[in-house]
Write a protein that binds this ligand. Sequence first.
Ligand SMILES: [Zn+2]
Length: 119
Amino acid sequence: MSKEYQGGCHCGAVRFTYSGEEIRKGVYCNCSICVRKGALMNTEPISPANLKIEFKNDALGLYEFGTKTAKHHFCKRCGIYTFHQTRSQPGFYRINIGCIEGIDPFSLETDLFDGKNLL
Ligand SMILES: [Zn+2]
């Protein structure tokens, strides 16, 4: 049974809607970028077919590093990380739970993904 979620960055220039499993827990990652963002992410990689992204003008930023497999997106106006395309499943997305409407990231159980040691 999938659920529909929507959300966006702080200023509203980047918005998204997706359908996926009900969010019952979140995951943190300790890789070099996630440890700096500190964002809690959804556990289920979201297929691009199930994610609709909308943004104003050129508001959607892209940051890549290393192998450039992962695509880290953020709002160029307010700086908030909204979602990224994963390294483990290229093309699939993880979402910043703090950007999703109606979900309190601090109420969720969390896992830690050991991205730092993933080669
Ligand atoms: Zn923004």
